[in-house]
Write a protein that binds this ligand. Structure first.
Ligand code: BES
Ligand code: ZN
Length: 652
C-alpha cells in the first residue's frame, strides 16, 4: 500500500508542476500568477493530502452487511430458473452460480439469504452434479442467514434449489384488487440495499458484480420484465432474460403484471398498466433528450436499451435505477413534467452508481450525491438554469432539515461511520443533496469545463468497478486537484467528506423566482388579501417553496383562505399535496384530513408516508394515524410496513 502511495505521490508532483508551468488558464494560477516554485509547493500540498487520505483507507475493511466471503471467492454469474406462484406468493426454482477463486485454497462459498428455503445444493464436478453439504445459520432480522456451501476443489459451479418466502423483504406481491385493472396480480422486487438475498442466494454486497440470466415462468396473460435484455417473444408466460453487463446484486430486479408497452424513441420505452401507460409516455417523453445531455457531458450510455416501468402506487420509492429498466412511482405522472427530475436521476445512475458503484453502503454518497449532481445538470440542460436552481434550493432546505434531525453528528458527513446501524442510514439528504453540493463546490472552484472532463474520465476509469470514498479522493487528487493545487484546500475537502455539519463553502442557490414567491408570501402574511397572491404561472417548485416556507403556526383560518382559493387539499400533484398535508397536520387544519386519509390509503411512497405518519404521531393524531395505517398497511410494501410499524411502536 505504502509503495502505491509513494508512486502516486511522485506522479502527482510531476503532473502538478508540468500542468502549472504549461498553462496559466487555471483560476488559481491566474489569480496569484503562480510560477513553478509556487506550483511545486502547492503540489506537495496535494501529495501530502493524498497520502493522508490513502492512510484512512482500510485495505481490510469488508462490507459489514454481507456474510459473503467475497474476498476469497467471487460469484461472477448467476443463472436463475424460477416459477412464479401468485397463489402461494413464492418464487421457486434454481440458481446456478459461477465463481472465481481469489485464493487457491478456498473450497467453501458463503452466500447471503433472507427467508429462503433451501431444498438442495449441488456442485458440478467434471460435468456431473453431486449433492454437497451446506449450512444455513439462524435468521438475523436484518442480515438474514448465511448459506455456507462446501465443495470439492474441482467443482466449477454450484446449483441451489430454493424457494422465496411470501414475506420476502424485497418482493411485493399484489392481489388483483390491489392493482389498477383489478383483474391481474402484480409482483415487483426492490432489492436495494440488501434485499436481493430475499429473492436469490447471492453475495449481496455492492462490492461484487455479476452477470445473470433468468428464465421466468408465470401465468400466460402476464408480462415479466427484468433489469436485463427483455424477452422479445410472445406474451406466453415463459420469459428469458440475459444481463451481459456485470452488476451488483442490488440491481437484480423483476416486475410481473398486466403490462402494456409504449416506445419513446428507438431504444427507450415505458411499461405500465394500461390505465397510465399513455399518460406516463407523454410525461416522460423528454427522456431521450436527457440521455443525450448526459452522454454529451459524461460519455456514452453503455447499457443498450433504457426502459422505464411505472409500478403500482405502493412502490416505496420515487424511482429505482434498475439497469436498462428504471422502476418509477406513478406519483411522478403529474401531467406537466414537473417531477421528471426523478427520471433524470434514475437515468443518471446509469453512470453514477450502476457503472461506478459504492463499494460499501458507507460510501453511498458516491452513488447518490453524484447522481443528484448529474440529475441537476441534466435538468439545467433541458429546462434551463432557473429550474435547476429552484431544485437545488429545495434540496438545500431538505438537506438542512436532515442535518438538523440527524441522530448523531457523524451522520452529517459524506463518509458514513463504520458503525451505522443499517444500510438505509446513509440514504438521507446528506448523501443526496450533500454530495451534490460538494460536487457543485468542486465545479465552481475548478471550472465547469475542467470538472466535466474530470467526471467523464472518472466514470470511464472506474466503469464496472466498486470504489470507496478514499479511491475517489485519490483519483481526485491526482487527476483534478494536482492540475490546479490552489483551487481548494485539504481542510475544505475534509469539511465535506469527514466533518459533521454543513461546510461553509456550500453554495446558497439564489432563485429569483423563489424571491418573488417570498415577496408574495410576505405581503399576504403581512395582512394582504388571499386574492392578492399572484401565483400566475407558478410551477410546482414555486408552490413547494411557498408552502414549505409558511410558518407552522399559520392558523386554520389562513389555511382555509389558501385552500379556498387554490384547493390545495385536493392537489393532484403528489409533492404539493404532501407539503400541504404536512402543514395541515402541524396546524390542525381539519378540512385536509379526509383527502389526507385518501392519500395515505392510495400512495405507498416512503418519502411521503413516513413523514406524514410521523407528523401525525408528533401532533397528537397518532391514534387516528394508526387507524388509517391499519387499513392501508396491507397495501404497503414490506419495506414501508417495517418502517411505519417502527413509528407506531409494537402496537401493530
Ligand atoms: N437508489 C435510490 C432508491 C433507494 C435508495 C432504494 C436506498 C433503496 C435504498 C434511487 O435512485 C433514489 O434515490 N430515488 C429517489 C429519487 C431521487 C430523485 C432523490 C426517491 O426514491 O425518492
Ligand atoms: Zn438515487
Amino acid at each position: 500500500m505504502s509503495l502505491r502511495i509513494a508512486v502516486a505521490g511522485v506522479s502527482l508532483l510531476a503532473l502538478a508542476v508540468s500542468a502549472c508551468s504549461r498553462n496559466n488558464e487555471t483560476p488559481a494560477a491566474t489569480q496569484d500568477g503562480a510560477g513553478e516554485e509556487h506550483a511545486a509547493i502547492d503540489a506537495s500540498v496535494v501529495t501530502e493530502a493524498a497520502a493522508a487520505w490513502a492512510a484512512l483507507a482500510d485495505p481490510n475493511e469488508r462490507d459489514a452487511f454481507t456474510y459473503a466471503n467475497y474476498r476469497d471467492i467471487r460469484v461472477t454469474n448467476v443463472d436463475l430458473d424460477l416459477t412464479v406462484d401468485f397463489e402461494a406468493k413464492v418464487l421457486a426454482g434454481t440458481a446456478e452460480l459461477d465463481f472465481e477463486r481469489l485464493s487457491d485454497s478456498v473450497n467453501r462459498i458463503i452466500l447471503d439469504t433472507n427467508d429462503l428455503t433451501i431444498d438442495l445444493v449441488e456442485a458440478r464436478v467434471d460435468d456431473a452434479w453431486i449433492t454437497t453439504g451446506y449450512k444455513l445459520t439462524p435468521d438475523d432480522p436484518q442480515l438474514g442467514s448465511s448459506l455456507a456451501i462446501n465443495f470439492p476443489d474441482e467443482a466449477d459451479r454450484v446449483r441451489i434449489n430454493y424457494k422465496t418466502s411470501p414475506g420476502a423483504g424485497g418482493l411485493q406481491w399484489l392481489s388483483p384488487e390491489q392493482t389498477a385493472s383489478g383483474e391481474h396480480p402484480f409482483l415487483f422486487s426492490q432489492n436495494q440495499a440488501i434485499y436481493a438475498r430475499s429473492m436469490a442466494p447471492v453475495q449481496d454486497t455492492p462490492a461484487v458484480r455479476l452477470t445473470y440470466s433468468a428464465r421466468i415462468k408465470t401465468q400466460p396473460e402476464l408480462v415479466a420484465v427484468m433489469s436485463a435484455e427483455q424477452d422479445e417473444g410472445p406474451r406466453d408466460g415463459d420469459y428469458s432474460f440475459r444481463m451481459p453487463q456485470p452488476i451488483p446484486s442490488y440491481l437484480l430486479a423483476i416486475a410481473i403484471g398486466d403490462l402494456d408497452f409504449r416506445p419513446i424513441g428507438d431504444h427507450m420505452g415505458v411499461y405500465a398498466e394500461s390505465y397510465i401507460v399513455d399518460a406516463a409516455t407523454a410525461e416522460f417523453e423528454d427522456t431521450p433528450l436527457m440521455e443525450e445531455a448526459i452522454e454529451q457531458f459524461y460519455g456514452p450510455y453503455l447499457w443498450g436499451r433504457y426502459d422505464m416501468i411505472v409500478l403500482p402506487p405502493s412502490f416505496p420509492f420515487g424511482g429505482m435505477e434498475n439497469p436498462r429498466l428504471s422502476f418509477l412511482t406513478p406519483t411522478l405522472v403529474a401531467g406537466d413534467k414537473s417531477l421528471t427530475n426523478v427520471v433524470a436521476h434514475e437515468l443518471a445512475h446509469s453512470w453514477s452508481g450502476n457503472l461506478v458503484t459504492n463499494a460499501t453502503w458507507r460510501d453511498a454518497w458516491l452513488n447518490e450525491g453524484f447522481t443528484v449532481y448529474v440529475e441537476n445538470r441534466t435538468m439545467e440542460a433541458l429546462y434551463g438554469e432557473d429550474r435547476a436552481v429552484m431544485e437545488r434550493a429545495l434540496d438545500l432546505e431538505s438537506l438542512k432539515r436532515d442535518v438538523r434531525e440527524a441522530e448523531r453528528p457523524e451522520l452529517t458527513a459524506l463518509k458514513m461511520p463504520k458503525d451505522i446501524a443499517n444500510p438505509d442510514v446513509p440514504f438521507s439528504q446528506v448523501s443526496y443533496a450533500g454530495g451534490m453540493f460538494f460536487l457543485k463546490f468542486l465545479e465552481e472552484r475548478f471550472g465547469r469545463e475542467v470538472f466535466d472532463d474530470f467526471l467523464r474520465n472518472y466514470f470511464d476509469n472506474f466503469a464496472f468497478q466498486a470504489i470507496s470514498t478514499e479511491d475517489f479522493l485519490a483519483y481526485f487528487a491526482e487527476n483534478l486537484w494536482a492540475k490546479n493545487p490552489g483551487a481548494v484546500t485539504k481542510a475544505e475537502i475534509d469539511a465535506w467528506i469527514y466533518e459533521p455539519g454543513l461546510p461553509d463553502t456550500i453554495e446558497a442557490p439564489q432563485s429569483d423566482a423563489f424571491e418573488r414567491v417570498a415577496m408574495q408570501q410576505a405581503a399576504w402574511l403581512g395582512g394582504g388579501d388571499v386574492e392578492g397572491i399572484e401565483t400566475g404561472a407558478w410551477t410546482t417548485h414555486e408552490w413547494l417553496h411557498f408552502i414549505n416556507t409558511l410558518p407552522d403556526d399559520l392558523g386554520t383560518e389562513q389555511m382555509a383562505a389558501l385552500d379556498g382559493r387554490f384547493d390545495l387539499s385536493n392537489s393532484q400533484n403528489a409533492e404539493i399535496a404532501f407539503a400541504w398535508y404536512m402543514l395541515a397536520i402541524k396546524g390542525g387544519y381539519e378540512p385536509a384530513i379526509e383527502p389526507l386519509e385518501e392519500f395515505l390509503k392510495r400512495v405507498g411512497r416512503g418519502k411521503f408516508i413516513y413523514r406524514l405518519y410521523q407528523a401525525l404521531v408528533d401532533n397528537d393524531r397518532g391514534e387516528w394515524g394508526q387507524s388509517v395505517y391499519q387499513v392501508a398497511r396491507p397495501g404497503y410494501h414490506p419495506i414501508a410496513q417495517a418502517r411505519i410499524d417502527g413509528i407506531f411502536g409494537d402496537a401493530n
